[in-house]
Write a protein that binds this ligand. Structure first.
Ligand SMILES: Cc1cc2nc3c(=O)[nH]c(=O)nc-3n(C[C@H](O)[C@H](O)[C@H](O)COP(=O)(O)OP(=O)(O)OC[C@H]3O[C@@H](n4cnc5c(N)ncnc54)[C@H](O)[C@@H]3O)c2cc1C
Length: 327
């Protein structure tokens, strides 16, 4: 179960039946093993530590962690999870994610192989959801295509970028997407228009589907050197103003109308505030840093400290940008 609300409790929001089924692996596990065996390039782990797969470096274990490199297996898994009433979560690069210390009772799926490919045809990029945004930006620049320069400094996947409508410098995915291909919870493959995706600031309705698998992005013809320069300038500015190398999940909160969340947090005097191994970045107040030993509870407490202080001083409810898993 995933939540991204500004106010939340650590109480369990999971569906009761789903919980029941995941706790009865003898019912679904043999069939899952059998299904994955017929796709030899898939990789299946049980009780897998998600801290290895998130930028925060935080999080307990997933009941199942499955790497999938073929659409066919993905559609089968969609049907499987619906048939058995299991919970699933599609993990991109884990760069916008806080996983609970108790982990996730369900199947975490990551796209690999052909589900990470990019092909460029004239001014159109066919981008598989598992491709990295950095690779997308660099490939477009090489072909002299403008419109996605902002993405070099976003450490996520194309799928995560679409779900989040990721962006920077007044650009985002919604401005370049032509259509999106998804897999439904019944395992059907469906093409959606941008209108159906309902992109907004750092959100979309694409998470109503089981998985985003591909998008067609329309870029503008330009000069390769110019595009590369713009992309690198953006990147440089970013690494100079944001704590890029340490464990974090990017901006924790969305910017409220007319304000920068970082400015609000800074003006509450919270930079450098620590709980356990987590700290509000001294470089950019909208980032929380894991110094290597933070728990998700430490991060969560800092989230609450920030929300209370900003509400108290400015009367503003900060909304989380980062997604929560397993809370
Ligand atoms: C240092 C740093 C800088 C950042 N800078 C920016 C920035 O400038 N602008 C910005 O917008 N963001 C930024 N981010 C946040 C993050 O990189 C983006 O939101 C990114 O698009 C998330 O992609 P991901 O693949 O890591 O998604 P994840 O964190 O893995 O997942 C995020 C959500 O997307 C869903 N998801 C991922 N892939 C799929 C798929 N194929 N199908 C269905 N659902 C999927 C997940 O289930 C989850 O709900 C930054 C993060 C870091 C760590």
């Amino acid at each position: 179960m995933i939540a991204n609300n500004s106010t939340f409790a650590l109480s369990d929001t999971k569906d009761y039946e789903t919980m029941e089924m995941i706790q009865k692996p003898e019912i679904w596990r043999p069939d899952l093993l059998q299904l994955c065996k017929s796709y030899p390039n898939s990789t299946l782990y049980f009780d897998y530590p998600l801290s290895r797969e998130t930028y925060f470096g935080i999080g307990g274990n997933a009941s199942v962690y499955l790497e999938i490199n073929q659409v066919n297996l993905l559609t089968q898994i969609a049907k499987f999870k619906t048939d058995y009433g299991l919970d699933t979560f599609i993990l991109g690069r884990g760069s916008n994610l806080l996983v609970s210390d108790t982990g996730f009772r369900g199947i975490v799926i990551r796209l690999t192989g052909q589900l990470r490919q990019l092909t460029i045809e004239n001014d159109l990029v066919h981008a598989a959801a598992g491709a990295s945004q950095a690779k997308l930006a660099k490939s477009a620049a090489r072909y002299g295509l403008s419109g996605v320069e902002f993405a070099l400094g976003i450490p996520g996947s194309v799928g995560g970028g679409l779900i989040m409508n990721a962006g920077a410098w007044d650009s985002d995915f919604s401005q370049i997407v032509q259509n999106i291909r998804v897999v439904t919870n019944r395992g059907e493959i469906v093409d959606l228009t941008t209108e159906q995706a309902q992109f907004e600031y750092r959100k979309s309705k694409l998470d109503n589907f089981f998985c985003v698998i591909q998008a067609e992005l329309k870029l503008a013809y330009s000069d390769s050197h110019q595009v590369t320069k713009k992309m690198k300038d953006f990147y440089q500015e970013k690494v100079q103003t944001q704590p890029f190398v340490s464990g974090n999940a990017g901006c924790m909160f969305k910017n409220p109308d007319g304000y920068s969340a970082g400015w609000l947090i800074d003006h509450c005097g919270l930079k450098g505030t620590k709980v356990g191994g987590a700290e509000i970045s001294t470089m950019h107040a909208n980032f929380i840093i894991n110094h290597g030993y933070a728990t998700s509870r430490d991060v969560f407490k800092l989230i609450e400290v920030i929300q209370l202080a900003v509400k108290d001083k400015f009367g503003i409810d900060l909304q989380l940008e980062v997604k929560l898993l397993g809370f």
